[in-house]
Structure formats: structure tokens, C-alpha cells
Design a protein around this ligand. Structure first.
Ligand code: PLP
Length: 397
């Protein structure tokens, strides 16, 4: 196997929807990846905050193998023990009411949007359908999720978009208050905006959103697809803020790389759905929920989360100590860190890759590090040192 031959075949047969780097990962272990030519990389992308336990975790492999030998799929026509067990774990960790399972982040947000509308419909308040979302947010690529996404570049060419979304400024409560009217049903926000550059919410902002929802009979929906699952050092990022939503969506790291999405809601909000209102063929199937149960058990351990906080502080500290005039800020929580530059960083990402470090952009000027949550202090040291070398090699004018 060689990188070039594989890339040639993919370019011929795979639809051209991604701008990809010229690299073909074929094997992983822990925080490390190897490409088809045998080159080794330190992976600080982890499939964009998905492989939270790193690659090829033997505990997850064992669970997946065992489930694969018993039952893969059976449909939600029947009861699924792993699904019930996973729902119980998520409900207990969140202190919320009930869970719904799907297959991706966009689908989880789609489910949340539908739940908000049906909840008010069932309460004989069908006039309440509008959802306040935020500029620079990201919620996924289905038509409704990309309409909720406050970035024009994702929406261009897909008109007509679904109605019922209005856009406020993140970390600006007045801009939210100004949009509330008799049609407002919910506020949807990421506790930390991921794709647009790792922008954490101000604590007052999230608390203010909760208060606005309580005063105006609105549902508060947090998109924790990226910042949830222990990424920030709390199981849910909102737990670190002490602000509980009515609905939470999650996906990315929930099964450590096995596709799954979930929405959890308070018992009150979950009452918006009755049998037949929403469904997913694969949602919460035995394979996905077996792996997710194992992931949640591991990440949910207090010592695991404490370690994420400590490692995150180590990483952010080391990054903040880098002296480069092109760096204007280091932001984030836990192991979700963004380095803001005063210019575009496309070339820097390529140089890091040439030097054996995988990182990913979040917007054009922010370098994002979302390594496996299991990354070791020595590996953080290696990542920072490769980044420093790469910054020296990154000649800009
Ligand atoms: C990645 C992401 C999504 C979309 O998830 P998909 O699984 O790609 O549909 C939604 N919201 C946030 C915050 C994300 O980071």
C-alpha cells in the first residue's frame, strides 16, 4: 500500500466533498498513527475530537469483538439492553431524564430541533417554534442543522433553508434578549464554540441564557457534540459552568470512533416526543451502544476527568509559553485548545504534518489541538516541541 496510489483511486471514485491532506492513515495505537508508507505521526486531531481513548484501545476492542459475535443490529422494533444501559449512564451523569440515540452530531441536533417544536405543539403553543442560534456556531450539515449553523459559507447554494432560526451574537446576552418574542421556543448554543475557533462561553453568558429561558418559557439546548464526553475535564462542558440545559446533544467521542449520536433531555422536555414522532433505523443499535457504554464508564471516572484537566493545563501552559509574535491568544478548556494567529495557518498545519504532528484548523487563523484524552505528559511535550520547530520553519512575510 502506498499513499499516492490510494489517493489516486479515491480521487477517481469518491465524491469530491472534502479538502484533504495528502496522507493515508492505515494503523493507529494510542496517540500515534501510521500512514500507508509507514510514516509515524503524533495525533493531536484524534479524528476531530472523536478518538477520546486514542486508537486501538484494547478495552474497546474486546467489547466490540464480543458484541460482534452475538448481535449487531435488531431495530428499535425491539428492546435493546445496551441502549437502556447507555441511557441510564448518561441520565445519571447528567441528572437529566431520558435519552434518544441516533448516528451523528447533525442528527442529534436535528432531533433536538424537532423535540423543541413538538414539545410546544403538544402544549398547544404551536406559535412557539423559533430557535435562537449564534453567529460562528457549528451544528452539522443536515438542512436544519446547517441553518442553525451561523456561518454563511456552509449555507450558500442550499436555499431554500428551513424557517424558524434567528441569529444572535455569542457571549452577548443583549443580542439574545432583543430576539425573544412570542414565537421564541428555544436557545441553542455550544458551551464552547469549536469549529469557528475554540471560543468558550463566558460563565455569565451561559447563566444568563438559563435565566432568559426560565423567564420566557424557553428550552435551553446545548450542543456538546465536540466539547462533551470529558473533553473539557468535566463529563459535560456545562457541568464546569454549573448551568444545566433542558436538552443536550452529543456524538463525536461518545463511542470513541464507532458512529453514534445522542440527545438527552429533562423528563419534562422529553415528554414532547411520543411513539412515532421520531426514529432512526441504526439509532442506538447493539454494536454502537456496547462500545459507548465502555467509553462512558472509562471517561466518567472522576480520576480520568481530573487527569484531563491536569493534562489540559499542562498543554495550555506550554503553548502559552511559546514566544512567537504571530500568536495572539491561546484559548480553551481541558484538552480542547486553540492557538489564535494573526494570519492564516494552512501552511503551518502542513509543516507540522511534515514534522510528524497532526493538528487541525478551527477557522482560518486558529490552530486546534484536540488530542486523545489519554495523551501522556511526555507526548504533550513532544507535540509542543514539534510545534515549536514547525513555527521556526514557517516563514511568513
Ligand atoms: C462536529 C460537530 C457537529 C456535527 O457532527 P456530525 O457527526 O459531523 O454530524 C455538530 N455540532 C458540533 C458542535 C460539532 O463539533
Amino acid at each position: 500500500m502506498y499513499n499516492e496510489a490510494i489517493i489516486e483511486e479515491a480521487q477517481k471514485y469518491v465524491m469530491n466533498t472534502y479538502g484533504r491532506f495528502p496522507m493515508v492513515p492505515v494503523r493507529g495505537e494510542g496517540c500515534w498513527l501510521w500512514d500507508a508508507d509507514g510514516t509515524q505521526y503524533l495525533d493531536c486531531v484524534s479524528g476531530i475530537a472523536v478518538c477520546a481513548l486514542g486508537h486501538a484501545d484494547p478495552r474497546l476492542q474486546a467489547v466490540l469483538k464480543e458484541q460482534a459475535e452475538n448481535l449487531w443490529h435488531c431495530s428499535n422494533l425491539y428492546w435493546i439492553p445496551n441502549q437502556a444501559a447507555l441511557a441510564k449512564k448518561l441520565v445519571e451523569i447528567s441528572g437529566m431524564g431520558k435519552a434518544f440515540f441516533c448516528n451523528s452530531g447533525a442528527e442529534a441536533n436535528e432531533a433536538a430541533i424537532k423535540l423543541v417544536r413538538k414539545y410546544f405543539y403538544r402544549r398547544n403553543r404551536p406559535e412557539k417554534y423559533e430557535i435562537i442560534v449564534f453567529n460562528h456556531s457549528f451544528h452539522g450539515r443536515t438542512l436544519a442543522a446547517l441553518t442553525a449553523t451561523g456561518q454563511k459559507k456552509y449555507q450558500e447554494g442550499f436555499a431554500p433553508l428551513p424557517a424558524g432560526f434567528v441569529y444572535a451574537e455569542y457571549n452577548d446576552l443583549d443580542s439574545v434578549r432583543a430576539l425573544i418574542n412570542e414565537h421564541t421556543a428555544a436557545i441553542l448554543a455550544e458551551p464552547i464554540q469549536g469549529e469557528s475557533g475554540i471560543h468558550p462561553a463566558d460563565p455569565d453568558f451561559l447563566a444568563g441564557l438559563r435565566a432568559l429561558c426560565d423567564e420566557n418559557e424557553l428550552l435551553l439546548v446545548f450542543d456538546e457534540v465536540q466539547c462533551g464526553m470529558g473533553r473539557t475535564g468535566d463529563f459535560f462542558a456545562w457541568q464546569g459552568y454549573g448551568v444545566r440545559p433542558d436538552i443536550v446533544t452529543m456524538a463525536k467521542a461518545l463511542a470513541g470512533g464507532f458512529p453514534i449520536g445522542a440527545m438527552i433531555a429533562s423528563d419534562e422536555a422529553a415528554g414532547g416526543f411520543a411513539p412515532g414522532d421520531h426514529a432512526s433505523t441504526f439509532g442506538g443499535n447493539p454494536l454502537a451502544t456496547a462500545v459507548a457504554c465502555a467509553v462512558v464508564d472509562i471517561i466518567g471516572e472522576p480520576e480520568f476527568l481530573e487527569r484531563v484537566k491536569a493534562r489540559g493545563e499542562g498543554l495550555a501552559g506550554a503553548l502559552s509559553a511559546i514566544r512567537d509574535p504571530r500568536i495572539t491568544a491561546v484559548r480553551g478548556r481541558g484538552l480542547m485548545v486553540g492557538i489564535q494567529f494573526d494570519r492564516e495557518i494552512k501552511d503551518l498545519i502542513a509543516i507540522c504534518m511534515e514534522n510528524g504532528l497532526l493538528v487541525v484548523g478551527a477557522g482560518p487563523n486558529v490552530l486546534r489541538l484536540v488530542p486523545p484524552l489519554t495523551i501522556l505528559p511526555a507526548e504533550i511535550g513532544t507535540a509542543v516541541s514539534i510545534l515549536k520547530t514547525s513555527l521556526e520553519a514557517w516563514v511568513t512575510v
